[in-house]
Structures are given as structure tokens and as C-alpha cells.
Design a protein around this ligand. Structure first.
Ligand SMILES: Cc1ncc(COP(=O)(O)O)c(C=O)c1O
Length: 445
């Protein structure tokens, strides 16, 4: 037992009982509260969050002190600064400071200024945005691409824009918030299917079609799930959708550009490039920007969404600078350098997963830039995350209700600039911090 752990054992009874207020409850408790006073509901949440902040177990709303590199400094809500190995940024190919990307941003600013000044439905798009749509269409072999101001807006907007209240949505229970929110806003006819369970999808599609032969069905899934790092069988899903007169939409936010041949993500890996009805994605992970897109084979869908997907119609377009950044990143993704960056990224992913497993830590899913580490009860996860942060590892914790109860996890996000040595160190800090947290919460016997 090392000195730190020994100290933790000695102080365990004073530090944390798992029923301590800072370790109890979840944000779900404050979602729906009775009463007429709306501000009081926010205040109840705030008081709970502040208790956590004062005990150093509220690992949210941190501020980055510089670029999101392999190492970084974060300022917590209580003002503490933690510097260390950075596994908390969605910067998969490490492009945020690439000279070509920065030069492209500068040139766009010089030429267009910094403001998009309108929605794409009016006059907000610059010519470069049309070029980006075409280039993205080439990569996806799905030519009709519409840009959105964020990935969230693209997911929400595509569903709400296409589906009406008499239509149906069959959706993976673990799909991203933007997809579930879009579904809830579009129709009451939502059919959740068990995570990745294509047989369940088939049963639901059969039942819906038998009962309702007249309305539309949208099947919604992700290429690489953002909390579990796993992927569905896209070929079977697309076949089933076609068989039952449905459309399939796949969110490729976490795999496009950083995985698969030529950066084509799960679509490329599964031999499904250009074969899926609707592909939706985000520029906020691999493409060093904000923004998102929806791609299809049908120009009518593109133009329909331009006018019926409210986050597109009624929100300003991506700024010219953002467009230029994504174009520059996309050019790198499609080049030899992009492949080298993906190779480095995959080496780091495999190295980190291997090192964590060697340390006896449970790693979920398959190799992808998201490496989810199972922590268990929320109380343990909160303390473990604080210990990690103090020990120099910056990574995000995901707790209930974002994941199911008592399956809190550390979501480590890997980037091309993470070296093998850095991944080894990170794995050691995770294992040590988890062990210390077990002691501090009385789970260690
Ligand atoms: C699967 C998935 N879809 C969509 C989004 C939203 O993307 P953006 O950050 O560009 O709004 C995210 C981001 O967290 C995501 O994980």
C-alpha cells in the first residue's frame, strides 16, 4: 500500500460516508418539482450542486486555461486549478492548433468577417459552405448535405423536421440526448429498443407496420455510442428499415473522420458507405469546430429540412470561420496525414485500453476515441473523479441519469497527440484514484 493510500485508510471515517449530502442524489431529483415558484426549483438544484462544489465532488462546468492539448489546465467552479493529462476534450485528431486549420480560419475572417448574419434559409450561407457540403457528400458518398449550427441542432432538427405526430420513431434507448429530444418533440409514437438489439428493432417494426400501414417510421441509432463506445449492425438495420417502409438515420458524431478507412467511420468499417438513408453528424469532435450536418441521397430532403428543421431555418448559419475550419480539417482527414493521425489515435486508444485492463479496471465497448471506464456507484465515482483530478488526470465523469443508476463511468476521450507513455501514466492514476475512492467511501475492506 502506498503512502497516499495508507493516509486515505486512516482518514476514511472522517472523509465521506456514502450518505453524505455531497454524495447523495442526482440532477434527476430536481428535474420535476412541485410548486408555483419556478426560481425556487432552480435554487433547490443550485443548493445541492453547491454542496457538491464545496466538497470538491462537482466535476462539471470546468474552464479550460488554454488549448485542448494532451495536457491542459482546468479551473473548477470553486476556483481550484488542476493541471494534468487531458482526457476530457473532444479533439480526436488533435487539429485545434494545426497551422493549416488556423491559417484557413484567418483567411476566412479576412475575407468574410466573423458573422454569418443570417440563417441558411435566407442569406446566411457563404459560398464556402456549399463547397463544404459537397466535400462532405463526397466523403460520405451521400451527396445531399445540409449544414446546421451545432451537431445537437442537426440531430434534433432532422427528426423534428421530418417526423409528424402521426408518424413513428424506433430509437435505441441509449441514443444521444439530441435524438431523444427530437423524437419527443416530433411524436408521441416513440418505440424504444434495447441497446444495439436489432432483433428487438425487427419485432418493433413488424408490430408498428401491422398496426399502422399508413404513416412513416424513422429508425434512429448511432455509429459509435457516446457513453458505451459500441456500434450497431448498420447493414441489418438498413435492410430492416427498407423492408418495413422506414428510413434509417445514423448519428456519426464520434466516428466520422477519426475511425475507418479514409476517416469514413463505422459506415466505412461496416461496408455501408453511401448506403444509409440519412447520416447526421457533428463537427465538434474530430473537426475542431462547432456545427453539424444531415446528409441524404435526396435533394428534396435537404431542401425540406432547410425549411422545416427549425434549428436550421430559425438559427443563424455556421459562421464563415467555422466553415473554413471544418473544410481544412476535412481536407486533412482525407489526406495521408489524416491516416497518420488516425493511426496515432488508434495506437493511443489500444494502449490506454490495454493499460487500464492491466491495472484491473473495467473498460467498456470497442476501440474508439471514447474509452468508458466503469466506476460503479455515483458516490464512488464522484470521489474517484476528484482524486484523479488532484492527481493530474483530467477526464469527465458521467453519472445518473446520463447512464443507468450505479453504473457511473469515467469517459476518457483520446486524441492523436496522446503518447503511449502518457496513456500508461493515465491508467495508473485511474486505478490508484479508484482504489483511494473505495477507501474514502468505505467500500474498501
Ligand atoms: C452522439 C452525439 N450526437 C450529437 C452531439 C451534439 O454535437 P454538438 O456538440 O456538435 O452539438 C453529441 C455531442 O455531445 C454526441 O455525442
Amino acid at each position: 500500500m502506498d503512502d497516499l493510500l495508507e493516509h486515505a485508510v486512516e482518514t476514511a471515517t472522517h472523509e465521506h460516508a456514502t450518505d453524505a449530502p455531497e454524495l447523495r442524489g442526482s440532477s434527476f431529483d430536481y428535474l420535476t418539482q412541485p410548486g408555483t415558484d419556478l426560481a425556487a426549483k432552480a435554487q433547490a438544484f443550485h443548493a445541492w450542486a453547491q454542496t457538491r462544489v464545496s466538497h470538491g465532488v462537482f466535476p462539471y462546468a470546468k474552464r479550460l486555461g488554454g488549448r485542448p492539448g494532451a495536457t491542459a489546465e482546468l479551473t473548477l467552479l470553486d476556483g481550484q486549478r488542476h493541471a494534468g493529462l487531458n482526457f476530457s476534450s473532444q479533439e480526436y485528431l488533435s487539429l485545434a492548433r494545426h497551422p493549416l486549420v488556423c491559417a484557413a480560419a484567418q483567411q476566412a475572417m479576412d475575407r468574410f468577417g466573423v458573422h454569418s448574419a443570417g440563417s441558411t434559409a435566407l442569406a446566411g450561407n457563404v459560398e464556402e459552405a456549399a463547397a463544404l457540403e459537397a466535400e462532405l457528400g463526397e466523403l460520405l458518398r451521400t451527396p445531399e448535405v445540409l449544414l446546421f449550427p451545432t451537431g445537437w441542432a442537426a440531430g434534433f432538427g432532422a427528426i423534428k423536421g421530418l417526423v409528424r405526430e402521426t408518424d413513428h420513431i424506433v430509437i435505441d434507448q441509449l441514443a444521444h440526448n439530441c435524438l431523444h429530444e427530437g423524437a419527443r418533440a416530433a411524436t408521441p409514437n416513440i418505440h424504444l429498443h434495447r441497446h444495439l438489439d436489432v432483433d428487438h428493432v425487427e419485432r418493433l417494426l413488424k408490430r408498428v407496420r401491422q398496426r399502422d400501414p399508413r404513416n412513416g417510421i424513422l429508425v434512429v441509432t448511432e455509429g459509435c455510442f457516446s457513453m458505451d463506445a459500441d456500434s450497431p449492425d448498420l447493414r441489418r438495420l438498413q435492410l430492416l428499415a427498407r423492408e418495413h417502409g422506414a428510413l434509417l438515420m445514423v448519428d456519426v458524431a464520434h466516428d466520422l473522420g477519426c475511425l475507418g478507412p479514409g476517416g469514413t467511420g463505422q459506415l466505412g468499417l461496416q461496408g455501408m458507405l453511401g448506403q444509409v438513408d440519412l447520416v447526421m453528424g457533428s463537427f465538434s469532435k474530430t473537426f475542431a469546430s462547432n456545427g453539424g450536418f444531415v446528409a441524404s441521397h435526396d435533394p428534396a430532403i435537404k431542401e425540406y429540412l432547410r425549411f422545416y428543421a427549425a434549428p436550421n431555418t430559425f438559427s443563424n448559419a455556421l459562421s464563415p470561420v467555422q466553415v473554413a475550419i471544418v473544410r481544412a480539417c476535412l481536407a486533412i482527414v482525407r489526406s495521408g496525414e489524416g491516416q497518420q493521425r488516425r493511426d496515432r489515435l488508434m495506437q493511443a486508444i489500444v494502449g490506454l485500453r490495454g493499460a487500464l485492463t492491466e491495472q484491473g479496471v473495467t473498460v467498456l465497448g470497442h476501440p474508439s476515441p471514447i474509452v468508458p471506464v466503469m466506476l460503479g456507484p455515483d458516490a464512488l465515482a464522484r470521489v474517484a473523479c476528484r482524486e484523479m483530478s488532484q492527481a493530474g488526470l483530467l477526464a469527465n465523469v458521467v453519472e445518473y441519469p446520463a447512464v443507468s443508476l450505479n453504473s457511473a463511468r469515467l469517459r476518457m476521450q483520446v486524441m492523436a497527440d496522446h503518447t503511449p507513455a502518457l496513456c500508461q501514466t493515465a491508467a495508473r492514476i485511474v486505478a490508484d484514484s479508484l482504489q483511494r475512492a473505495r477507501v474514502l467511501t468505505g467500500e474498501f475492506h
